[in-house]
Design a protein around this ligand. Structure first.
Ligand code: GDP
Ligand code: K
Ligand code: MG
Length: 292
């Protein structure tokens, strides 16, 4: 029996809906989603397995101009996703504007086949959709353009068929049981990060990293300890909140989602730690799992 397999990279500007799309295509919540730009910091694989194919999607950080070490690492993960893909899904919010030096520079010269996905059409008129389709046809001359809503699962079936059409005959790259390349610990830290992105404003989410320091699976409960790392004492105070109220809220929200994710009861404890300027320090970035 023939078998298709290949790598499909989901690329675009911050907040275009890349993570929402990957979760929808994979049918699992692997990537965290928030209304804030730069939520996704790593390349995350989502694998779709069927008897005669394996599609390996890569969700990536939104393309930006890097300003500090963490963002350098985020952009090199995008670069990796661009060079080793069989197919690029370029996701663009229908309301996005494209200026110089942004995502277009990165993808316009690629020789990898591309599908343009105009997302969030639930908020657009038919006329706007047609205008944008013509715009992207002219700009990128992609193999296909789809107008979709990743959030409302609109027009996604056609994408899967088209993606499959584009993939080569190949043996599976990963075990056919695998859903992702990341560990449970990674997803647990991401769930906590999602709650921080949703509960704090301004620079707090961007200055925060989450490290799982202990993960013990017992028969009826999983006990997890997490360190929430910030850059300054003032951020630590905001994170903890009056009488610990904010941190407690984050912990409760995270625990509920982690319980759903692990399908088990969870005890979660969190500690806040200050590491000055960690986002610019190579040794810390490395220890937090950010490549180069
Ligand atoms: P990413 O930064 O490209 O990964 O974007 P996310 O997937 O995190 O989504 C950013 C925001 O856009 C979130 O608030 C999503 O709920 C929202 N979003 C994603 N897809 C759609 C869509 O089809 N329609 C609308 N209205 N919102 C969407
Ligand atoms: K986002
Ligand atoms: Mg994302």
């Amino acid at each position: 029996m023939s078998h298709k397999a290949g790598f499909v990279s989901i690329i675009g500007k911050p907040n275009a809906g890349k993570s929402t799309l990957m979760n929808a295509l994979v049918g699992e919540k692997l990537s965290i989603i928030t209304p804030k730009a730069q939520t996704t910091r790593h390349r995350i694989l989502g694998i779709v397995n069927e008897e005669n194919y394996q599609i390996v999607f890569s969700d990536t950080p939104g393309i930006i101009k890097p300003r500090y070490g963490l963002q350098d690492s985020m952009m090199s993960s995008v670069k990796g996703a661009l060079t080793d893909a069989d197919l690029i899904l370029f996701v663009t919010d229908i309301n996005e504007t494209h200026d110089e030096n942004d995502v277009l520079d990165k993808i316009i010269d690629t020789t990898i086949p591309m599908i343009v996905l105009i997302n969030k059409i639930d908020n657009a008129t038919q006329e706007e959709v047609e205008t944008k389709m013509a715009y992207w046809q002219e700009k990128l001359n992609p193999k296909y353009i789809y107008a979709i809503s990743a959030l409302h699962l609109y027009n996604l079936d056609g994408i899967m068929e088209t993606v499959l059409e584009q993939l080569p005959e190949h043996a599976p790259f990963y075990d056919k049981e695998d859903l992702t390349d990341r560990t449970q610990r990674f997803f647990v830290s991401e769930i906590i990060r999602e709650k921080i992105f949703n509960n704090y404003q301004k620079e707090i989410p961007y200055s925060t990293e989450v490290v799982i320091t202990s993960f013990k699976e017992e028969e009826k409960i999983t006990r997890i300890s997490a360190e929430i790392i910030v850059e300054r004492d003032s951020q630590k105070n905001i994170l903890i909140g009056k009488g610990g109220a904010m941190l407690k809220k984050v912990g409760t929200e995270a625990r509920k989602d982690i319980e759903k994710f692990l399908d088990q009861k969870v005890f979660l404890e969190t500690f806040v730690k200050v590491v000055p300027d960690w986002r610019s320090k190579k040794n810390y970035l490395k220890s937090f799992g950010y490549e180069n």
